[in-house]
Design a protein around this ligand. Sequence first.
Ligand SMILES: Cc1cc2nc3c(=O)[nH]c(=O)nc-3n(C[C@H](O)[C@H](O)[C@H](O)COP(=O)(O)OP(=O)(O)OC[C@H]3O[C@@H](n4cnc5c(N)ncnc54)[C@H](O)[C@@H]3O)c2cc1C
Length: 408
Amino acid sequence: MPAESTFVIVGASLAGAKAAETLRAEGFDGSIVLLGEEHERPYERPPLSKGYLLGKDDKSSIYVHEEGWYAENGVDLRLGVRVAALDPGARQVSLDGGETVAYDRLLLTTGAAPRRLNVPGGDLDGVVYLRRVSDSEHLQAALHGAGRVVTVGAGWIGLEVTAAAREAGCEVTVVEPEAGALHRHLGPELGEVFADLHREHGVVFRFGESVTELSGSGGQVSEATTSSGAVLPADLVVVGIGAIPSTGLAAGAGLDVANGVIADAGLRTSAHEVFAAGDVANAFHPLYGKHIRVEHWANALNGGPAAARSMLGQGVSYDAVPYFYSDQYDLGMETAGLPEPGSYDQIVYRGNREAREFIAFCLSRGAVVAGMNVNVWDVNDDIQALIRSRRQVDQARLADPGVPIADL
Ligand SMILES: Cc1cc2nc3c(=O)[nH]c(=O)nc-3n(C[C@H](O)[C@H](O)[C@H](O)COP(=O)(O)OP(=O)(O)OC[C@H]3O[C@@H](n4cnc5c(N)ncnc54)[C@H](O)[C@@H]3O)c2cc1C
């Protein structure tokens, strides 16, 4: 690209900040403008439902870069700035207030926003969502004053907040319409590992029920009614029912949008000079042979740099095996691949499932397509390589902890 080129990144997020870093590392010496509507410089979100929420991690640990990094690297970081519109024909974005910023290439890293609970009383005080650092700070304070918490949704965020609420001494009831925890993410058998963990910590689950109404007095929530007619006392209601990709800019500009911004394996969208990465991108994945949208930290960490290289005209085929992690109580877990129900027909365990120290290998027609290691460490890279190899595996050896995964 000519030295006077301007690359604009919309979304001062993990993906956006790592893309800016990669552009400089790859020698791009044009202008980089990083626009973000939040007032914080780019930070990582996983601690917001774990160490930072629990008060164990210092705020300084959540940021992607030191404060001075952006100026030192010639990245024009502009915070508190919302991009209102994208015009791919004119190659410019308009900010709230009307200012326009021209680009030669644009990266969308606008991420996702929490799905709202659309029931009567959903806007009462004490009904909270978790996406931003300010949400985490608010929630931390609220947990310390709340005796009874109702968590809506037994997904990752709901369960991590539930663990934090128990550690803060709250009584917690989790309401989930599916028949168990984490069904959409892991399927029933693996989801039960997490439901059992929480039950042992005194959490009550109401599976097969949804919250139909929230009520209270003086504008403050005090009860949640479920589809079975149960009325649950609640000082605090935490809603974790998924996230919706922030595709408004792309859709408004006429880009292809379907469950995220459609992109090819080089993370290029249907507008030639516009790229997308992180939670907002629904990109073609060479390993899966279809478009997938991945709402995982590692996808922002690796996808931002991949998009940056693609913007520079390097041939990119972004095919990282999806990676996810979670910490709840004393359980640490990583997954490789996408262990969603329907994607596998068999689970082979290595280690002790009851003691929650095991690897679960998810197989489809004899090959490992996903894996989850629970309180077992330094194996995820090998599981990813096994998935990538697509080779048939001997199940007795798969279950045998004495056989290195790399030798399977
Ligand atoms: C509480 C929480 C815990 C999580 N824990 C884990 C975990 O344990 N493991 C894991 O793998 N993943 C976890 N995730 C998911 C992970 O954090 C996300 O996948 C990751 O943050 C996605 O990063 P991103 O760069 O795509 O976008 P985001 O982090 O969503 O950031 C997008 C940014 O763009 C800004 N933006 C949007 N529209 C505009 C606009 N028009 N103008 C200007 N700015 C705009 C937004 O305000 C936001 O700051 C967690 C997420 C949350 C919320």
